[in-house]
Every structure is written in structure tokens, then in C-alpha cells.
Write a protein that binds this ligand. Structure first.
Ligand code: MN
Length: 258
């Protein structure tokens, strides 16, 4: 019997409500349960500084899921951290870069690529995938591009409806792996990102855009490598509003099992 593929999920760091031991690591449950439902075995990868140890751990993994989270430090795409006056502490606090996570995830992406293991990036994950190969980001959509309203979650409005709200559509390129998985030219998505992809590296292409021109998905040009990044959160959408979004994760897990 064929074993199920093991999908590596790098953790994020956060504080918990335990006064003596507030620092914790873990993954948001929606990613974990989505991998389970798509037929994979999720393996949480701890954030430690010894990258070699993590690459050794990754040898037993068949795919890499890059989850959402804080902003990537802009030094990884050749610029400085700009002090955006967002007028919203929630955004700035939540988005503080974590250098251990940045370094570890970049190393894992390169290792996955070298070994032809599939990679799926969600939100921050798509941005990480982009910068790991030399791409760049807009540090804030509203500040850098003057586009308002792209990030639904802003101004301390954290109502759960925003997680699965149809915030904007995306147009999907016909000749793309993403199109072949979703089987549609246009689809509604949620939108919980305040950063966006700017320049796309040579081995990648833009495969979905929002009506305001924001790049919403990228994938690699090599048809033999599964590497897709999406700015929206399909791991929330399939559980809440459109069950078909599980197909993206099923395609990813299937690719990891072949
Ligand atoms: Mn968006």
C-alpha cells in the first residue's frame, strides 16, 4: 500500500495567554486540517536557527506548504523596512518580520525546488516563494500603489465574516496549472494581504490578477515542477464558502505522492 505523502508546514511564532511561558510555535489549524482533508500527513516544522537540521528533517517530507503570516523582511528582496503610516497598530504589530522563519522558509523552498518536491504558498507563502527566487514585493498596497480596500481586514475590523467574504475576483490565465486545477477563468476570493508581489522571477509567471491589477497568483514555468503561490486563503474558503477550493490542495498533495 502506498504511504500518504508528508507535507511540511513551517510553524509560526506567537504568544499565548500563559503569563509564565507566553512564547509558542505552531500552525493555524485551518492549514493542518486542510492537508489532512486533501489526503496528506501534515508535519509541523519548528522555527530553529540551525537550517541544516531542518533540511535533514525535510528529507522525509514530500511537499512544502508555506502558510500565511507576518511580513517578510525586505532585506530579502534588496530593500529597507519602510515605516508605513498605516494608522492601524493591528497591522503593523501582526506583520513584524521574523528572521528565523524567513531564513528557514527560503532554505526549504530552495531545497524543495532542488529535489522537485511540490511547493504551495498561501498569502505570505506566495510572497516567500516569489522572493526566494529573486522577486520583489510592494511593502504595502495602499501606501505604495494608492489602492484602497484591497486588504479586507483593516482598522481593527476582525469580524470572522471577512475570512471567507468574496472580496474581489481574480482572472486566471488559461494556460496555467492553476487554471487546469480550478477549471475556471474567473473566481471570487477573500483578501487578507496588505503586501503584494511586484517583480516576478524569471522561472515564474503571473497566473492570476485582481481587477485592480494586483498580482494574485504565480506559478513556475517548468511544467514538471509544482510550485504555485496564491495571495488569497483557499484553506479558509473550502471550509466556509466554496467546497471546490479543496481541489487545489488535493492537486498539491497528489503531486507530492507521485
Ligand atoms: Mn487580494
Amino acid at each position: 500500500m502506498k504511504n500518504k505523502p508528508i507535507i511540511a508546514l513551517p510553524c509560526r511564532s506567537f504568544t499565548v495567554n500563559m503569563p509564565l511561558t507566553p512564547q509558542a510555535q505552531g500552525a493555524i489549524d485551518s492549514y493542518v486540517s486542510t492537508i489532512v482533508n486533501a489526503g496528506g500527513i501534515p508535519l509541523l516544522i519548528p522555527l530553529i536557527e540551525n537550517t541544516d537540521d531542518i533540511l535533514q528533517l525535510f528529507e522525509c517530507c514530500d511537499g512544502l506548504l508555506l502558510c500565511g503570516g507576518e511580513d517578510i523582511h525586505p532585506s530579502h528582496y534588496g530593500t529597507n523596512l519602510e515605516k508605513h503610516e498605516l494608522g492601524d497598530e493591528t497591522v503593523t504589530e501582526m506583520m513584524q518580520p521574523n528572521s528565523v522563519r524567513d531564513t528557514l522558509e527560503i532554505a526549504l523552498v530552495k531545497e524543495a525546488w532542488k529535489n522537485k518536491k511540490p511547493i504551495l504558498g498561501v498569502c505570505r507563502g506566495s510572497q516567500l516563494l516569489n522572493i526566494a527566487f529573486g522577486g520583489t514585493l510592494y511593502q504595502d498596497i495602499e501606501q505604495d500603489l494608492g489602492i484602497k480596500g484591497h486588504l479586507a481586514l483593516r482598522h481593527k475590523d476582525d469580524s470572522p465574516e471577512l475570512l471567507d467574504a468574496n472580496i474581489h475576483t481574480v482572472e486566471i490565465e488559461c494556460d496555467s496549472r492553476l487554471h487546469s486545477i480550478l477549471n475556471t477563468d474567473q473566481i471570487y476570493v477573500n483578501s487578507l494581504h496588505h503586501q503584494a508581489i511586484k517583480d516576478v522571477p524569471q522561472d515564474f509567471m503571473v497566473v492570476a490578477k485582481a481587477p485592480d491589477g494586483i498580482i494574485e497568483a504565480i506559478e513556475c514555468k517548468d511544467k514538471n515542477q509544482f510550485a504555485i503561490g496564491v495571495e488569497w486563503h483557499p484553506e479558509l474558503l473550502w471550509q466556509r464558502n466554496n467546497a471546490e477550493w479543496i481541489n487545489l490542495f488535493k492537486a498539491f498533495v497528489k503531486s507530492a505522492s507521485s
